[in-house]
Design a protein around this ligand. Structure first.
Ligand SMILES: *[C@@H]1O[C@H](CO)[C@@H](O)[C@H](O)[C@H]1NC(C)=O
Ligand SMILES: *[C@@H]1O[C@H](CO)[C@@H](O)[C@H](O)[C@H]1NC(C)=O
Ligand SMILES: *[C@@H]1O[C@H](CO)[C@@H](O)[C@H](O)[C@H]1NC(C)=O
Ligand SMILES: *[C@@H]1O[C@H](CO)[C@@H](O)[C@H](O)[C@H]1NC(C)=O
Ligand SMILES: *[C@@H]1O[C@H](CO)[C@@H](O)[C@H](O)[C@H]1NC(C)=O
Length: 417
């Protein structure tokens, strides 16, 4: 009798285990990876993650972790790996960041035709150790992180399905015309912090969905050639560009932000930035002397650390129709000696803040007069009471816009659109 009871308990326990085992592997056909929140990772872009109807197998690479909650993900990050393990065919998201991987061999990816996303950032990848075409094997690949490696060239070709390519913080010194050939769907390309000297020819011309191009902190001496008209965000800070052709931006009517601080611009043509969508223009740390037309859409204009002795408002805004949206103007570290003409408030009725900061010293001058900031601080107001015209009486509320806006040197937020 006792034995019988023990047997029943054993059977019950076994049944329970089996059941719970099934509960763990939930093959919900409507599986949506966005609903999973463990372990957390950042999702971006819109991709239809079709989960292939394969049963769960034990093919997860020994070195990696395949969460039971997702049959499409393999985590191999932060494991001191030197090589890439075999990637099972079911895997769509492959995380290999923060290892010491130097090479990428075709054999690891032989069956990996379902990959959507590869993260190989923070490794030791060298161009010559990457099998040519290895990133072109997955016809659905849409996002690849190769930033923070030791690449000297771009490991092209990529799948033509690719949408986002991160190549920042490498040692890339040249771009071949065919590197981005056929990438008709690419929307974002990050090449910041490399040593690129030029982008010539038709390299990017056919990428007609390109929205964001970051080439900050490189060695460009000229503007990148033949960018597609789809471009919205252009980051070229800290290069050595001294000239922009007069017509350069007329082919880029969709630009929303142009960042070109820390270059060598001495002059820009009057209508250079006459772009209908432009909201942010950063030309700080150049050598500009002469003002230019400010488009109506522009909200933030950075002209600090240039050579301006005056800002001719008539040039910036020839028609005072009060249609300009400018709210913030930064002009510190120039050679200004007095506040900008009060016309500035008529031209730019939404202006919230003009940051004069400190101005540069001019040889032969004994002291640099301090220009009162706009809006006035209480202290300045006392000192400059006689200068009442400077403070526009009918100015609308100053609340809202922060006066600072000094995060101008960061490069575009990777997910800014
Ligand atoms: C690739 O997939 C095939 C078919 O599923 C399988 O037979 C083979 O073992 C796989 N190769 C590797 C290296 O995993
Ligand atoms: C790829 O790895 C980097 C470095 O850890 C991380 O910042 C980034 O968010 C990762 N991308 C994805 C999509 O997981
Ligand atoms: C580009 O994207 C479109 C829309 O998502 C898709 O239909 C097309 O197949 C993609 N092109 C390539 C070459 O993958
Ligand atoms: C500009 O880029 C160089 C490398 O090309 C870097 O050393 C320097 O810190 C950068 N300067 C700024 C202001 O970002
Ligand atoms: C501003 O520029 C216009 C056109 O070049 C010129 O006629 C005008 O005198 C300038 N205004 C000032 C204040 O320098």
């Amino acid at each position: 009798m006792g034995i019988y009871i023990q047997l029943v308990i054993l059977v019950l326990m076994l049944t329970k285990r089996c059941l719970s085992q099934y509960e763990e592997y939930d093959y919900d056909t409507d599986y949506n990876p966005e609903q999973e929140n463990e372990p957390p990772f950042h999702f971006s872009g819109i991709t239809d993650y079709n989960v292939p109807g394969v049963p769960y197998t034990t093919d997860c690479a020994r070195e990696c972790y395949c969460p039971p909650s997702s049959i499409i993900t393999m985590y191999c990050d932060n494991r001191k790996l030197r090589t890439i393990p075999q990637v099972p065919s079911r895997i769509q998201q492959l995380y290999l960041q923060h290892n010491v991987i130097e090479e990428v061999k075709m054999k690891s990816f032989i069956n990996a035709t379902n990959l959507r996303e590869i993260n190989l950032s923070y490794n030791r990848l060298k161009f010559q150790n990457i099998d040519s075409g290895v990133f072109a094997k997955s016809p659905h690949l849409y996002q690849i992180y190769l930033n923070n490696n030791e690449l000297e060239e771009i490991p092209s070709p990529f799948s033509t399905s690719i949408e986002r390519i991160f190549l920042g913080n490498n040692k890339i010194n040249k771009i071949k015309e065919q590197d981005f050939q056929g990438l008709v769907n690419v929307t974002m390309l990050d090449l910041c912090n490399n040593v690129i000297e030029s982008i010539k020819g038709k390299t990017l011309m056919k990428s007609t969905k390109l929205m964001q191009l970051n080439i900050c902190n490189n060695k460009l001496s000229a503007m990148p050639a033949n960018l597609p008209p789809s471009l919205m965000y252009l980051s070229l800070e800290n290069n050595s560009i001294s000239k922009i052709h007069e017509d350069y931006f007329t082919k880029l009517p969709n630009l929303i932000a142009i960042r070109m601080s820390y270059n060598k611009l001495e002059e820009v043509s009057l209508n250079m930035f006459n772009l209908p969508q432009l909201m942010e223009l950063n030309l700080g740390h150049n050598k500009l002397k002469r003002a230019f037309y400010v488009p109506r859409s522009l909200e933030h204009l950075y002209l600090h650390d240039n050579e301006f002795e005056t800002l001719n408002i008539t040039l910036m805004c020839p028609v005072m129709d009060r249609m300009h949206r400018l709210t913030y103007l930064r002009v510190d570290q120039n050679k200004l000696r007095r506040p900008i003409s009060t016309l500035v408030f008529l031209c730019f009725p939404h202006i919230n803040s003009i940051y004069y900061g400190e101005q540069k010293h001019i040889a032969g001058e004994t002291n640099v007069p301090l220009i009162p900031q706009y809006p006035f601080t209480e202290e300045d107001r006392d000192d400059y009471d006689d200068f009442s015209q400077y403070h526009r009486e009918d100015h609308e509320s100053l609340a809202g816009e922060p006066a600072g806006d000094t995060d101008e040197d960061n490069y575009f937020d990777e997910y800014s659109y």
